[in-house]
Design a protein around this ligand. Sequence first.
Ligand SMILES: NC(=O)c1ccc[n+]([C@@H]2O[C@H](COP(=O)([O-])OP(=O)(O)OC[C@H]3O[C@@H](n4cnc5c(N)ncnc54)[C@H](OP(=O)(O)O)[C@@H]3O)[C@@H](O)[C@H]2O)c1
Length: 340
Amino acid sequence: MTENISKEIHLKNRPEGLPTENDFELAQVAIPEISEGQVLVQNIYMSVDPYMRGRMYDRKSYVPPFQIGKPLEGGCVGRVIESKSGAFKVGDYVLSMLGWREYFVSDGEGLTKIDPAMAPLQAYLGVVGMTGMTAYVGLLHIGELKEGQTVFVSAAAGAVGSVVCQIAKLKGCFVVGSAGSDEKVSWLMEEAGIDAAFNYKTADDVIAEVGRHFPKGIDVYFENVGGVHLEAALEHMNANGRIVMCGMISMYNDIKPVPGPVRLPYIISKKLTMKGFIVMDHFDKLGLFITDMGKWIVEGKIKWKETIVDGIENAPQAFIGLFKGENSGKMIVKIGPEST
Ligand SMILES: NC(=O)c1ccc[n+]([C@@H]2O[C@H](COP(=O)([O-])OP(=O)(O)OC[C@H]3O[C@@H](n4cnc5c(N)ncnc54)[C@H](OP(=O)(O)O)[C@@H]3O)[C@@H](O)[C@H]2O)c1
């Protein structure tokens, strides 16, 4: 700790379109002394996630908007460095939603102890954390995936998509993913072991490309992106197929609403189910997720990638990078040391 000062990132402006670094401000704040029942936590890894873009608008949603001049929030792994609490001791590793800052004082509410022996610390923000759980709940519970089905995944090399692809393979499905670089496509086929993948940025016609990969049609589409990917899925869905509406990142920076999708009438003629979900509503499945994911990881059946950016001052850049495909797997920012 430098002279009891914590660096944190504040929201400076509500971004218009793609955020820029000018929409964020690096602030330095004094760290208060802890009182009885409190702990001081030093953050180590913080998550940047696409949903945070939604919290930058001043509008009602399932989470409140970020406030101008206040620190942003988000998933974070830290270590207790001072404690006057019976529930936490110095050296405990904790998961919280108080990211985007180096240190914070807490009375323990919203802190969850995590075990560094179970998984690398940063994995609690990804494959064994929120994004892994999103893939699990979305595919198996919302998508009601069945063995042997055909599955299309967009943003397939990202944090959620890469886990969706591999769970679908574990369930004996035929899986095709779309991603934004040849390197990501190679990883999906060679490491994640899916049946096919393509680079949507170099494909002449994404809708035709998806059709070429699915001669027997798509049973489950896992939607992370929106736009032409959703059009392609609707075009090639099989009757009674399911579309899991997880995210639509291609639209998060739109300044004006974009009309569409034009193929929505297929929902009727093909009798499709299109269902949205928010992972935080499904914490009742946390135990199931941890059991299954823990087993798959121990058996070497799930692989994952992380893109780790160093330094809290680079967190805005890492966040903006999500919208440019700069991450492979989970985008994480390292903002403190793992141990003293
Ligand atoms: N419903 C929920 O509870 C929930 C929870 C977590 C996440 N999500 C959603 O799930 C999706 C994936 O999240 P994540 O955390 O795993 O992020 P991620 O996939 O690790 O990162 C975002 C990726 O999106 C792709 N992308 C960005 N802009 C794009 C565009 N205009 N068109 C196509 N692809 C674009 C980029 O990959 P390429 O290089 O492939 O373009 C980028 O790497 C997001 O839509 C997110 O909002 C939903």
